[in-house]
Each structure stands twice: as structure tokens, then as C-alpha cells.
Design a protein around this ligand. Structure first.
Ligand SMILES: Nc1ncnc2c1ncn2[C@@H]1O[C@H](COP(=O)(O)OP(=O)(O)O)[C@@H](O)[C@H]1O
Ligand SMILES: O=C(O)C1=C[C@@H](OP(=O)(O)O)[C@@H](O)[C@H](O)C1
Ligand SMILES: [Mg+2]
Length: 172
């Protein structure tokens, strides 16, 4: 069965859209970060603090591979960095995967992330000025990996419901 994989930068809406799509389409969903937290019995912040980012990326890769082994149809919301490490971007092109890049502009990401940074260790300690520059550069660096998705879905100015409907259209 196909795995529907949502990817994109922090704040683009992967977790929110995966949950809503799951309800609307009646397909179970798993958030990769939540699975990692459960496995490690630590929050994402604690994993970064106690073990560092390299350890997190290792867990992230292992957990992603594990979720892709599922025989069920599932929706997987990735973390923002998932496609950018351990050749995970190649997994986006598997035949049993439908990968969708939720493509948001720097402005959209910035406006969401300024209110929502405490649980994201990469940006938690940045001030607003720093964060804007960081997002711009980081998004540019990561776009190469995000563009390996089978579908690119612009999400700026769209409600959760509109984005969910556009994903349903892709899946139809
Ligand atoms: N149209 C929208 N689509 C998705 N998320 C939105 C939208 N408008 C506001 N948000 C908010 O933006 C944030 C997106 O965060 P999240 O779903 O955790 O993204 P990600 O998992 O990609 O980091 C949430 O707080 C969500 O409520
Ligand atoms: O972009 C990243 O490298 C990360 C994104 C986060 O997920 P969200 O994109 O869901 O915030 C989480 O996996 C971790 O904080 C690292
Ligand atoms: Mg998320």
C-alpha cells in the first residue's frame, strides 16, 4: 500500500495537514517527530540537548525506514530536515511512496515560526532578525532535497482545508 509522505520546511504545516488529511480521508497518520519522541522517551528538544543533532538524524533515518516498511496505507508527516540527511531524499521517490512538498515562502514560514519556535531546537534561541535570515538561507540550502518530492504543492495563502483538498486531488 502507498505511503503518503508530507515534507517541507519547519512551519510549512506538515504535522497540521497530516492530521487533518487523516481525518478527512480516513487514513491513519504518523508524525515522524512524535514517533522519535516515543521511541527515545524524550522530547525533540531533550534529544538535541542530551545527545546532539547527529544522534537525532540517525534516529530520524531509522524511524523513517521503519515507517516505510508498513504494509498499510498511512500518511507520514516528516520533520523539516528529514529529506536533507542520510540520503532520505532518495526514499521520496520510491514506487510505494507518494511524496508531497508543502512549499511555503520565507514570509509564510517566518510569520508562523516567530510564534512557534520553542519546540524547534534549531531556531529556539534566535531573535526575529536572526530567524528571518536563517530561514532564507536554510530554505535555499534545503530546497535541493525538497525538490526530490514527486509533487510540489504551494501552500501560501491557503487554508488547512484548501491544502487538504488539493492533496486529495493529487491522490485521486
Ligand atoms: N493554512 C495553514 N496550513 C497549515 N498550518 C497553518 C495554517 N495556518 C496556520 N497554520 C499554523 O502553522 C503552524 C504549522 O506548524 P506545523 O503543522 O507544526 O508545521 P510543521 O510540522 O511543518 O513544522 C501550526 O501552528 C498551524 O496551526
Ligand atoms: O527542520 C529541522 O531540521 C527540524 C524540524 C522539526 O520538525 P518540524 O518541521 O515538524 O518542525 C524537527 O524534526 C526538528 O526540530 C528538526
Ligand atoms: Mg511537524
Amino acid at each position: 500500500m502507498k505511503k503518503i509522505v508530507l515534507l517541507g520546511y519547519m512551519g510549512c504545516g506538515k504535522s497540521t495537514i497530516a492530521q487533518n488529511l487523516s481525518k478527512t480521508a480516513d487514513i491513519p497518520f504518523l508524525d515522524l517527530d512524535k514517533c522519535i519522541e516515543k521511541r527515545a522517551d524524550l522530547t525533540i528538544n531533550e534529544i538535541f540537548e542530551k545527545h546532539g543533532e547527529i544522534y537525532f538524524r540517525k534516529l530520524e533515518h531509522e524511524m523513517f525506514l521503519e515507517l516505510l516498511q508498513s504494509d498499510e496505507e498511512i500518511i507520514i508527516g516528516l520533520g523539516g530536515g528529514t529529506p536533507c540527511y542520510a540520503n532520505n531524499h532518495e526514499l521520496l521517490q520510491r514506487e510505494d511512496v507518494v511524496s508531497i512538498y508543502l512549499k511555503a515562502s520565507i514570509d509564510t514560514l517566518y510569520n508562523r515560526l516567530i510564534h512557534n519556535k520553542s519546540k524547534r531546537p534549531l531556531i529556539a534561541n534566535m531573535d526575529e532578525e536572526e530567524m528571518r535570515e536563517f530561514i532564507a538561507k536554510h530554505l535555499f540550502d534545503r530546497s535541493f532535497y525538497y525538490n526530490h518530492a514527486q509533487y510540489k504543492l504551494p501552500v501560501d495563502g491557503k487554508s488547512v482545508e484548501e491544502t487538504v483538498q488539493e492533496i486529495l486531488d493529487i491522490l485521486a
